[in-house]
Design a protein around this ligand. Structure first.
Ligand code: SAM
Length: 234
């Protein structure tokens, strides 16, 4: 049976046993196929915006003998997904801004029973700010390393509480509390990005001061395990 990589396995680990799961932007439907074949969920919805990926999904679903358990849906975000078909919604492998757009146009996600499993490829800070400002709690967040790259995955749920989003939270979410090698590596990657960003600001600007503070803090949080000079194991 197909084995998911670390990124997909981390997304799958946040799905509740037996949940009605919808994978948005499913592409080859690897995640729902694995969830169903492993017995973690009885059935799933695999959705994608485009016909091409959805054909790949249908072919992969058939190849794995789970056509009776996984429904493919052509849908922009969750537009064509029925609330009853999805308690755990995975949105992975897309930019943070697109994930925000998909959540924002789906009012029924503002429901405490629904779990969002989000894995942004870029602009995770934009996504975290949106979640804080719009009543979504980040219940849990973890990082992983897949093919040498760092990723974060967040488990979120609506509770209606609008939270202040600190700059630190926007950039690293809950990972500052997690002393795993993967989280430290993620924070290290964010720190590298901020070190590039700070070069665009004069040293007397407020942006410089903020970024310098974050770079210092993230340096402490990401100590150890950062020897990417060797090109391995990060
Ligand atoms: C890079 S793939 C990610 C595949 C898989 N989710 C993963 O994490 O490996 C992104 C997929 O999202 C789909 N997509 C992009 N925008 C979308 C939208 N608004 N609604 C649904 N799917 C979308 C694309 O067609 C593509 O198949």
């Amino acid at each position: 049976m197909f084995e998911p990589d670390e990124r997909m396995a981390l997304c799958a680990s946040f799905v509740r046993d037996g949940a009605a799961v919808a994978d948005i932007g499913t592409d080859h439907a690897y995640l729902p196929v694995w969830l169903v074949r492993s017995g973690k969920v009885p059935s799933a919805v695999a959705a994608d915006l485009r016909e091409g990926p959805l054909k790949n999904a249908a072919a992969n679903i058939e190849k794995n003998g789970v056509s009776d358990k996984i429904k493919t849906v052509l849908s922009d975000g969750l537009d064509k997904i029925q609330p009853d078909d999805a308690d755990d919604i995975v949105i992975a492998g897309m930019g943070g801004e697109l994930i925000v757009r998909i959540i924002d146009r789906t009012p029924w996600l503002r429901n405490a029973g629904k779990h969002l499993i989000l894995q942004p490829m870029t602009k995770a800070d934009t996504l975290r700010r949106y979640l804080c400002e719009n009543g979504f709690a980040v219940l849990c967040e973890r990082a992983c390393i897949s093919l040498g790259k760092s990723y974060c995955v967040m488990l979120c749920e609506y509770d209606g509480v609008v939270r202040e989003c600190s700059d630190e939270f926007a950039y690293i979410g809950l990972l500052g509390n997690d002393r795993s090698r993967e989280s430290k590596r993620y924070i290290y990657m964010i720190r590298e990005k901020l070190m590039k960003k700070i070069k665009g600001f004069g040293s007397d600007s407020p942006e410089y001061e903020l970024l310098a503070r974050l770079i210092d803090k993230f340096g402490i949080l990401s100590e150890e395990n950062n020897n990417d000079q060797c090109g391995n194991d990060i």
